[in-house]
Design a binder for this molecule. Structure first.
Ligand code: MN
Length: 204
């Protein structure tokens, strides 16, 4: 008897990344309640909805995660799936990086700090420029430090869950300025959230 099972193939599925620290580890700068909701509800929803697109396309299942976003505009997928892939897939990969660059203890990347100082004059100048980008993003989006193909660092903001990868850049640091990232603790005080966030950015 030939079982149907032999025709099944492994369906690649993305998992909600685990944090390297507890949900209350970034207190008092990012509160536990925000972290729990942001990670287990918002990021989980992006993960689930990203998987709903991925499961339809074996060609996407075979790609490296970053390559999906590098090639986002030329992927062979149905028009109706392009928006969901960009938004939910972007939410998946952007939050994955966001959790990784934060932590309760500083783990300063000296090479990055030197590159930042060389490019922006000083870490303080970089912080000012990054803060301006994060404050200037109207509505939902992220502030980014990204490296261009020429190796140079640059700061900008992007709306929604757009990724620097799709612009041909390599993301280095990111800050979520969607209201869900700060509203429970900071309400409309985005500037105060950004100012406090530097304490939990472990790399700089
Ligand atoms: Mn978010």
């Amino acid at each position: 008897m030939i079982s149907d099972q032999i025709f099944n193939h492994f369906i690649m599925e993305y998992k909600l990344p685990e944090l390297a620290y507890s949900h209350d580890a970034l207190e008092p700068f990012i509160d536990k309640e925000t972290m729990v909701l942001h990670h287990t509800k918002h990021h989980q929803a992006y993960t689930d909805n990203f998987n709903k697109v991925i499961e339809k396309y074996p060609n996407l299942q075979e790609m490296q995660l970053e390559d999906i976003f590098r090639n986002l505009n030329t992927l062979d997928i149905a028009d109706e799936d392009k928006g969901p892939l960009k938004n939910h897939g972007g939410g998946y990969i952007n939050h994955k990086m966001f959790w990784e660059i934060m932590g309760p203890e500083k783990e300063v990347d000296d090479t990055l700090v030197k590159d930042i100082s060389d490019e922006f004059g000083s870490v303080e100048s970089f912080k000012a420029e990054f803060t301006k980008a994060a404050m200037g993003q109207f509505g939902s989006g992220w502030a980014w430090l990204a490296r261009g193909k020429d190796g140079k660092l640059k700061v900008y903001s992007l709306p929604n869950q757009d990724s620097p990868l799709t612009l041909g850049d390599s993301p280095v640091l990111c800050l979520d300025v969607w209201e869900h990232a700060y509203y429970l603790k900071y309400q409309n005080r985005r500037a105060e959230f950004i100012e406090n966030w530097w304490h939990v950015l472990k790399l700089v």
